[in-house]
Design a protein around this ligand. Structure first.
Ligand SMILES: [Zn+2]
Ligand SMILES: [Zn+2]
Length: 313
């Protein structure tokens, strides 16, 4: 499935991947469609066509290992990597963004990006490791003292944050806000303390998983003074917020991008116990239709594309 031009993905026959030194070819079993891709192909720049996208995927290695790919490739030597932030490496590359990704039957990836998954982990759970890793990183940016946490947005990332939160801080308040009743129902089923159209009350921390000016601003107003908003959403460039109110309330806003290798490994462990009722499975051959229809009509469920031969596995 190739992003061929602004706003368009197509199913095409492409050349077999040719692994370079230090790479191996993954037989892709499953790949999740990310919201950032649905937005991204309408605003090329970060992703440049022609491109096989897909950064949330799992499959098998030539020697038969079941693996998931950590798509964040860091240099390991720049000043940012050196202080322990490889997720924002200055020469960071991402599989499925800067290199061909998982929306194909086979893809060459660096050997170092591959992680084994447990033999009994379903492909459906392996496919949500990457969104869960984003959630693990976000929670590591939430102050550990936070008792009342709000999540804005119950799409895949917001729900992953809820699921990870329920594992890390089972006894705390985790309220979820979304304008869609279907998404609110998902959040309720997955363990939100309370759900609503917007957060009300004063939260110690708010995780913003939408990225629109109105939700970013809302994440800050929902904080008590001194609280922390962690922003993961990327829908827009604008922040929409009142800078003076931020100062007067001594609030903090922290950006959260991707995850470290340790956080990715933590997500591999988390995936084993995770409810995947918020995902739907489609054959890879139908990928372009699924993708284009999700662009036209956003769905509450995360779409996973499964390669022929893996549908029943
Ligand atoms: Zn993503
Ligand atoms: Zn680096």
């Amino acid at each position: 499935m190739v992003f061929t031009r602004t706003g368009v993905v197509e199913m095409l026959d492409i050349a077999e991947p040719e692994p370079q030194d230090g790479e191996l070819v993954i037989d892709v079993a499953i790949a999740g469609i990310c919201g950032s891709e649905l937005h991204g192909i309408s605003q090329p720049g970060f992703r440049v066509p022609p491109l096989v996208m897909g950064h949330e995927f799992a499959g098998t290695t030539p020697d038969g290992r079941r693996v998931v790919v950590n798509p964040i490739l860091s240099c390991g030597t720049c000043p940012t990597c050196s202080i322990g932030l490889p997720n924002v490496c200055e020469s960071r590359r991402i599989v499925g963004v800067h290199l061909p990704g998982g929306f194909a039957e086979r893809v060459a990836v660096p050997e170092a990006s591959v992680r084994d998954v447990p033999a009994d982990l379903t492909w459906g759970r392996a496919a949500v490791i990457e969104p869960l890793a984003n959630a693990v990183h976000a929670w590591n940016l939430v102050p550990s003292s936070a008792e009342r946490v709000g999540i804005i947005g119950a799409g895949a990332i917001g729900l992953a944050c809820l699921l990870a939160g329920r594992t890390f801080v089972a006894d705390r308040v985790i309220d979820v806000a979304d304008t869609s009743p279907d998404r609110r129902r998902d959040a309720e089923q997955l363990g939100a303390t309370r759900v609503g159209e917007a957060l009300d009350g004063q939260y110690d921390a708010v995780i913003e998983a939408v990225g629109l000016p109105v939700t970013r601003a809302g994440s800050v107003t929902a904080l008590r003074n001194g609280g922390t908003a962690v922003w993961l959403g990327l829908s827009s460039s604008d922040s929409g917020m009142d800078g003076a109110a931020l100062v007067r309330g001594e609030k903090r806003v922290v950006g959260s991008f991707a995850y470290t290798p340790d956080e990715f490994d933590r997500a591999v462990d988390l995936a084993a116990g995770v409810d995947t009722s918020w995902t739907t499975v489609h054959p890879l051959e139908a990928g372009a239709d699924v993708f284009m229809s999700l662009m036209a009509t956003p769905s509450t469920a995360k779409a996973l594309l499964v390669t022929k031969g893996y549908l029943d596995a």
